[in-house]
Design a protein. Structure first.
Length: 288
């Protein structure tokens, strides 16, 4: 269980501590095999958790030996491949006693998620030099929610000190809520498993996200539960899936927030993100 770092007092009382991984269920990757005999799923590790990959492999092998699911179906781990833009790496194959750590690791810089700020500066320089400005970028974004997404908002303390419980977002997800939950999740993952995310003003990021308008929403609520075969306890995994369409007030807001959304494609958003919930895909008009 992760423990709050000593230099992060804002996380000392946090109950829902982040897990340094996301397990995406089979079927999300159109190139992956899904059949009764074989399935492929994605495991994403964050920060220092990457160095603990051998422990995850040992856990998977033990799970395969004990059997998975209600019927305890056994399985074997055939291979583990690290996916990277520079090329794939084979980290483990069945029967091997050696586990390799990935040589290539993804980062915000390598993903080009700082391009919005540099593009904005480049546009200004072109205007000062008198050269023609590039074609205006679209100011609309579609977010697709591929797995059940559970967002909560509104918790806190009233003026009299009474605690207000959070409410669930069941449909028409507000953009500000999405960005705030992503902001908090990314910040916690950085604090626990990487370097602190030194964003200049977290509150300003939330206020800027509130200025983004929800134009249309096409989501449905899926009720999902799982029961632990070990404890017998039932766990709620419900959430909404579908898509929502947003309009940004200006290009600067777009350039500031879209990198946070793109990181969300990897870290997921909302409750139960480590178990595959809250998988999003961000698309601008034209599919860029």
């Amino acid at each position: 269980m992760p423990t709050p770092p000593p230099n992060a007092p804002q996380l000392r009382l946090q109950q829902d501590l982040p897990r340094p991984f996301v397990i995406e269920p089979p079927g999300l990757d159109p190139k992956a095999t899904v059949s009764p005999e074989e399935m492929t799923f994605r495991l994403t590790l964050f920060g220092t958790a990457i160095d603990r990959l051998p422990y995850f492999i040992t856990t998977l092998e033990r799970l395969g030996s004990d059997g998975m699911g209600r019927d305890r179906v056994p399985f074997d781990v055939q291979s583990i491949i690290s996916r990277h833009h520079a090329g794939d790496e084979c980290l483990f194959t069945a029967g091997s006693t050696t586990v390799y750590l990935p040589k290539q690791r993804l980062s915000a810089e390598r993903l080009g998620l700082l391009a919005g700020e540099s593009q904005e500066s480049s546009d200004k320089n072109q205007e000062l030099n008198g050269s023609p400005s590039p074609c205006p970028r679209p100011l609309t974004v579609t977010i697709r929610f591929l797995t059940p997404t559970l967002l909560k908002t509104g918790s806190g303390l009233e003026a009299g000190g009474r605690r207000v419980a959070a409410t669930e977002v069941r449909d028409r997800p507000p953009f500000g809520v999405i960005v705030r939950r992503l902001r908090d999740r990314i910040s916690s993952l950085c604090a626990f498993f990487g370097e602190p995310w030194n964003y200049p003003d977290f509150a300003a990021l939330g206020r800027r996200a509130d200025a983004v308008e929800l134009i249309d929403s096409n989501t449905v609520w899926l009720t999902r539960r799982r029961q632990s075969t070990r404890t017998g306890m039932s766990h709620e995994l419900s959430g909404f899936v579908g898509s929502a369409f947003y309009r940004f007030p200006d290009a600067q807001t777009l350039a500031t927030i879209v990198p946070v959304l793109k990181l969300g494609e990897y870290v997921h958003v909302g409750k139960h993100a480590p178990w595959g919930n809250g998988k999003i895909l961000v698309q601008t008009i034209g599919g860029a």
